[in-house]
Ligand binder design. Structure first.
Ligand SMILES: Nc1ncnc2c1ncn2[C@@H]1O[C@H](COP(=O)(O)OP(=O)(O)O)[C@@H](O)[C@H]1O
Ligand SMILES: [Mg+2]
Length: 376
């Protein structure tokens, strides 16, 4: 997939603009605080309706405005399409091919993977960070998972409400519980399959890019304990057994003690937990490798390359790692959006950012007095 064009208004500190992109490498250059992350965020927002740096969506609206919006034109292997998102006064509106749609019909149309320095929390943060990340990523590749997760979340809420209100003898409780078990098992099964597949890619990518001697694995840590090659029906049985064991406690605490909302994803480097064992440099490489593997998973499931965003590459990676990343992408057919404070040694369409103003290379030449930019 490729984004050919973006339009945005009132997005953070960016001056309203229309930009045309290269189908390969797009590089955003500028000093700190000029708007590099913001333009990448605008691209991400157009594709997902979300920000990659904050869950508080109103933060992206320009401080002196009340609403923001963005519009992208993109192409997949079939045709040209458009997406737009408008946000204001706590409301969000999505459009696909210029028609208003619900989020469910917007989600997953344009696949995108982002890597920002804060993503290190994927390794160092709480289990909830990893669950949200993997839930989102599995959903991108698998629409069914997205629906299962939506249903499960609703059922978990019902079950907790009944437990809290001590209504576990209500006939509805059993009905909800059966569905809760059914959807819980489907989620666990899909997570297990996903982890098994991505773990292989993760190891390959890590070794190819960063260290061919170490072994990197991803493990799904489930509240049911170690699960090997199980089918959904078996998982359902295991959940029921677990409920039988802890139900007396659930009644006492008034909420569910079982379910995939308790689970975690563990990165193992040479069989040791990377969270505590890996060096700072290795942690960055691990997180970067999981993003590359996500790209591979999307290609595998959807037969389309997603778009890839890398924020602040120059201050995040040392020059060796940076070079190996650039080399990797030169060989691949993926549209990239990269921000950096220094120029990178690659053929790219360059955009220069100053106080939220973005100049394409050609405009910058004009601005610098008719093409005297001899460093390019
Ligand atoms: N909602 C907003 N409205 C206006 N300015 C904002 C908003 N959010 C952030 N900014 C400002 O935008 C500037 C650019 O931020 P950022 O994109 O993170 O820069 P860079 O990545 O180039 O360092 C910062 O000075 C920041 O304070
Ligand atoms: Mg930045």
């Amino acid at each position: 997939m490729q984004i050919s064009e973006i339009n945005y208004v009132n997005f953070r500190n960016l001056k309203d603009n229309n930009l045309k992109f290269s189908s390969k490498f797009n590089l955003f250059l500028g000093k700190n605080g000029q708007g590099k992350t913001s333009i990448l965020e605008a691209v991400y927002f157009s594709a997902t309706g979300k920000s990659f740096r904050t869950p508080r969506q109103n933060e992206i609206i320009n401080h002196s405005r009340e609403r923001t919006g963005s519009f992208v034109v993109f192409e997949d292997s079939i045709s040209k399409k458009t997406l737009s998102v408008k946000l204001g006064k706590g409301k969000k509106e999505y459009s696909y091919n210029k028609k208003r749609v619900k989020y469910d019909d917007f989600h997953g149309k344009l696949n995108i993977v982002s890597f920002i320095p804060e993503d290190i929390s994927l390794l160092t943060g709480a289990p909830g960070v990893r669950r949200s990340f993997f839930d989102y990523e599995i959903s991108q590749a698998n629409k069914e998972y997205y629906q299962d997760l939506k249903n499960y979340t609703k059922l978990l809420k019902f079950r907790n409400k009944y437990l809290k209100e001590k209504k576990h003898n209500d006939p509805m409780f059993d009905i909800y519980q059966n569905e809760f078990i059914k959807f819980g098992a489907r989620i666990i099964k899909k997570r297990l399959d996903y982890v098994r597949n991505i773990s292989i890619l993760l190891n390959l990518n890590y070794r190819k890019l960063f260290d061919d001697k170490k072994e990197l694995r991803l493990k799904y840590s489930c509240f049911l304990g170690e699960l090997k090659k199980v089918e959904t029906a078996q998982i359902e049985k295991l959940i029921q057994e677990k409920i039988n064991q802890v139900f007396w406690q659930e009644k006492r605490y008034g909420f569910s003690l079982v379910g995939p909302q308790k689970d975690d994803f563990i990165f193992l480097l040479n069989d040791k937990e990377a969270k505590s064992y890996a060096s700072q440099g290795e942690k960055k490489s691990i997180v970067f490798s999981i993003k590359l593997s996500e790209i591979d998973m999307i290609i595998k499931e959807k037969k389309e390359s997603p778009i890839f965003i890398i924020d602040d590459i120059s201050s995040y990676f040392d020059s060796l790692r940076k070079e190996s990343i650039i080399k990797y992408f030169k060989k691949r057919d993926i549209q990239l959006f990269i921000s950096s404070t220094t120029d990178l040694n690659m053929a790219s369409k360059n955009f220069y950012i100053e106080k939220g103003d973005i100049y394409e290379e050609y405009d910058q030449c004009k601005k610098d007095n008719r093409g005297s930019r001899d460093q390019k």
